[in-house]
Design a protein around this ligand. Structure first.
Ligand code: NDP
Ligand code: ZN
Length: 175
């Protein structure tokens, strides 16, 4: 419990100046909190290291946080999961997206759960509060790409996979 709250607090501080891409520019921290909630409530995940990694999953990619900083506070296991779900920002965006598809089957079980929750949360956001300037085509493109990533994560958590499939099945609602 203490480590989970520490991770939530750490992420809140690191993401304090960031906003999501939705029309209301929601506080970024809502997103890592949503992942942790999906894992615990919908995925039945009880492992605190996975919940911490979910809370911290975008800190290295989207803030100045370093792996060394995470290791000193949360240890090698949590940091390792975060690194597995961190894109290499030196690569072109389109290449990064293809790398996610290619890597998905080969990452650890723990990282697969975090990645699955990330895709669930982003599909939910696109359905309920999408990036302000995205066309319906762009949203559909994201749905298709997310499904290709999730294909490589199958078997990790059937309950979460069913949640993803339910959201993916709502593609026709996209405007
Ligand atoms: P992304 O597709 O990477 O943006 C989606 C990401 O934004 C999500 O993965 C999520 O990442 C984050 N995010 C923040 N707020 C929201 C929200 N409200 N709903 C959903 N996701 C949110 O966009 P990029 O601009 O990085 O472009 C990447 C690719 O898109 C390019 O490779 C390009 O090929 C393609 N593209 C397509 C266009 C088109 O019109 N079809 C135009 C331009 C680019 P996280 O979980 O990390 O927060
Ligand atoms: Zn994310």
């Amino acid at each position: 419990m203490a480590m989970i709250l520490k991770a939530a607090q750490f992420a809140a501080v690191k993401h304090r100046d960031q906003r999501r891409k939705d029309e209301n520019a929601s506080p970024y921290i809502n997103h890592p909190l949503a992942l942790a909630n999906v894992l615990a409530v919908e995925g039945g995940v009880e492992n605190s290291e996975i919940i911490c990694a979910a809370l911290l999953h975008d800190t290295i990619e989207d803030t100045k946080t370093t792996a060394e900083e995470l290791t000193a506070i949360f240890g090698d296991k949590v940091t390792g999961i975060v690194l597995e779900v961190t894109d290499d920002k030196s690569l072109d965006k389109a290449v990064r997206k293809e790398e996610q598809v290619r890597h998905a089957p080969h990452i650890s079980h723990e990282a697969k759960l975090v990645k699955l929750a990330d895709k669930i949360c982003n599909l939910r956001d696109i359905l309920a509060s999408p990036p302000a300037d995205w066309s319906a085509d762009r949203k559909r493109e994201y749905f298709d790409w997310a499904a290709r990533v999730v294909a490589g994560l199958r078997g990790a958590n059937p309950a979460l996979e069913a949640v993803f499939d339910g959201l993916h099945g709502r593609q026709s609602e996209l405007l």
